[in-house]
Write a protein that binds this ligand. Sequence first.
Ligand code: RM4
Ligand code: MN
Length: 391
Amino acid sequence: MSNEQVKTALRSQVIEVPSWAYGNSGTRFKVFAQQGVPRDPFEKLADAAQVNAVTGVAPKVSLHIPWDKVEDYAKLAAHAADVGVSIGAINANVFQDDDYMLGSVTHPDPRVRRKATDHLLECVDIMDATGSTELKLWFSDGTNYPGQDDTRARQDRLAESLAEVYARLGEHQRFLLEYKLFEPAFYTMDLPDWGTAYAHCIALGPKAMVVVDTGHHAPGTNIEFIVAVLLRSGKLGGFDFNSRFYADDDLMVGAADPFQLFRILWEVRCSNGFDPTINGGHGVSFMLDQCHNIEPKIPGQIRSVMNVQEATAKALLVDRDAIAVAQAAGDVLGANAVLMDAFNSDVRPLLREVREEMGLHPDPMAAYAATGYAEKIRTERVGGTQAGWGA
Ligand code: RM4
Ligand code: MN
């Protein structure tokens, strides 16, 4: 790839930010409130727009329902457009209601299953109202003890609900099915791994895709292998990017293990995953799913977007011809060296050029600091109830 081709690809990459990154968050021990945090989804979108303004590659914002519930979704979408962004994936929430203690769509009681599926259908209504084309489904469903429930029956209940939601999707809509190894259920999650998610998606059809949340695997899992397999079968819908040191830490992507992020994005490139026309025109969605518990939120998002850009640039710089020659010759060290050369290159000057060519400040962190927006929201957003995880 020529330098110009690399730059063109970097300019057209879209990195989607989550509305919940701008609200207060924490651990089960303590949520530290920050000044200037949004009080409603409109203010969250205004904050997200700041990230796009200085990076130029973050024009979409994922919503989480009911955290981002509003009276008038068309008005919310219009507000998004006013501030220069649009609504991305609608994330359903069937994990924060007393009814869901034993599960949502897999619950043994059909009344609870109905309630959960109705919420998922409501999320498709919200997609219609906002112009969103993606529904993200993550289920906290599972069991804590052997014998607690019928594992296979729970799969049947899950399949039944997914089929109903699938049938409700419009022509240009799709759903992304997310898996997670453990937590909150500890014995079995009903969607613990990519294989289970893949099996459900395959049974449903082309509008059902798997989403890989990088924090949802056991330590040491070769996530890039999963990415390669899913892309090969046309079932990788997107990513929920974040970093983990131990469990589902939701830290900034590329902070804990930038090499892993590079390896993942290299596999994306090998399977033409940066092409927005694949997957029936949906491409692969590069979404962030993070919380900023102790760092300022807008700069935390800007840093995360930059981390994805840097890893993408390195993946695009791998000399594909050279690595193909080395691989075909069985040159183990030569092939590895080609990959490592790209990883070890400093792509920051290249990204500064890309930004200047887009009419942006070369340093997004400095550009944001210079806007004075942080002080503005600190002084203006007084009173009201700050948005937070769970509200
Ligand atoms: C889950 C999962 C979902 C996210 C929620 C908040 O662990 O990662 O994608 O929406 O957390
Ligand atoms: Mn996620």
